[in-house]
Design a protein. Structure first.
Length: 281
C-alpha cells in the first residue's frame, strides 16, 4: 500500500536529518588507513596482545597469539602440518594464528559471540590467516548437524560455558580422534579460598547423558569474568568426571597439563585426548 504524500515527505525529512546530523560523522574513520584504526573499532574490548611485528598495536595484554597451552597441544599431537582442525570459540584468533604458523592445512573456527567474531575478522586481516575460515554461529548446532571429520579439535575455554558439557564431549568424539581441551572445573576445596567464584555456584544436580552418569554444578554469571555462555548460567564438572566421560566416548590416551587449582577464575587444567586404534600400532 502506498503511503500518503505527507507521510512519505515526513519520513524523507527524518532520513535527511539523520544523515546530516553531526553525530553521524562518528560512523566514519579519519586519517591514513592503519591497523590501529581497525583495532579501535572495538576499542577497550580486546583481550589479546598481537604478535610481532604488530605487538605495538594498542590491544589487550593476554598472550593468546603465543599461548604455551597451544604450543603444548601441537607438540602432543605430533605436529599439525597439513592437518585439518576445528576450533571452538576462537575469541580473537590468537590460537588460530598459532596453528597457521605450525603449518595447518585448514581451520574452521566457530565463534558465537558477534563482537568476538568481528574481532577475529579484524585480526585475520591484520596478521594474515589464509588457511582459517571464521564462522559465526553456535558450534553445538554445527556439531549436531553431522559435519565432516577433522584431524584435530581445539576447544580452549568453552567446556565450562556449556549447560550440558558431556554432550559437547560426545559430539566431539564423533568428528575427531585428537582433542585439546582447556577448561575450568569444580573442586570444592580450592574454591574455599576463592569466595568470588565460589559464590556463583547455586547447586548440584546428577545427570545422565548417553549412559554417562555425572554431576553438574550450576555456575551463574551475573557479570562475572570473561565472555559468558549463551545463557545466564552454565554447568561445571568435576575434573575426574571430565576424564571419565572422554574415556567412555573412546578417547583411550589422555595426557594432562597446566593443572591450576588456584586459578583466579576457578580450578583449571588442560588435556590432550586421543583415540588410539590397535591397527595403527
Amino acid at each position: 500500500m502506498r503511503l500518503p504524500f505527507h507521510a512519505t515527505l515526513s519520513r524523507l525529512r527524518r532520513q535527511l536529518r539523520h544523515f546530516s546530523s553531526p553525530l553521524n560523522t562518528a560512523q566514519y574513520v579519519a586519517g591514513v588507513p592503519s591497523p590501529q584504526n581497525a583495532i579501535d573499532l572495538f576499542k577497550g574490548e580486546w583481550w589479546s596482545r598481537f604478535p610481532a611485528p604488530f605487538d605495538g598495536l594498542r590491544t589487550g595484554d593476554v598472550e593468546t597469539f603465543d599461548d604455551p597451552r597451544i604450543a603444548w597441544a601441537i607438540s602432543e599431537f605430533g605436529g599439525v602440518a597439513g592437518k585439518s582442525v576445528l576450533e571452538l570459540g576462537p575469541l580473537e584468533g590468537g590460537h588460530s594464528y598459532m596453528l597457521e604458523r605450525a603449518g595447518i592445512a585448514s581451520i574452521i573456527a566457530i565463534e558465537a559471540h558477534p563482537r568476538a567474531y568481528l574481532r577475529c575478522l579484524v585480526a585475520k586481516e591484520i596478521v594474515g590467516m589464509p588457511h582459517t575460515r571464521f564462522l559465526c554461529g553456535d558450534f553445538i548446532d554445527y556439531l549436531r548437524a553431522s559435519p565432516p571429520r577433522f584431524d584435530a579439535v581445539i576447544a580452549s575455554g568453552v567446556l565450562y560455558h556449556m549447560t550440558n558439557p558431556v554432550e559437547l564431549m560426545a559430539l566431539l568424539a564423533r568428528v575427531t580422534d585428537k582433542l585439546f581441551l582447556w577448561t575450568h572445573y569444580y573442586d570444592a576445596e580450592p574454591l574455599t579460598r576463592n569466595r568470588e567464584v565460589a559464590s556463583r555456584f547455586s547447586g548440584e544436580t546428577r545427570c545422565i547423558h548417553e549412559g554417562f552418569e555425572h554431576r553438574l554444578f550450576r555456575y551463574v554469571y551475573g557479570g562475572s569474568f570473561g565472555i559468558g555462555g549463551p545463557r545466564a548460567f552454565s554447568n561445571w564438572m568435576l575434573r575426574d568426571e571430565i576424564l571419565d566421560a572422554l574415556g567412555l566416548f573412546g578417547f583411550n590416551m589422555i595426557r594432562t597439563a597446566f593443572n591450576t587449582p588456584d586459578h583466579p577464575n576457578g580450578p583449571s587444567f588442560a588435556l590432550v585426548a586421543e583415540r588410539f586404534k590397535p591397527n595403527e600400532a
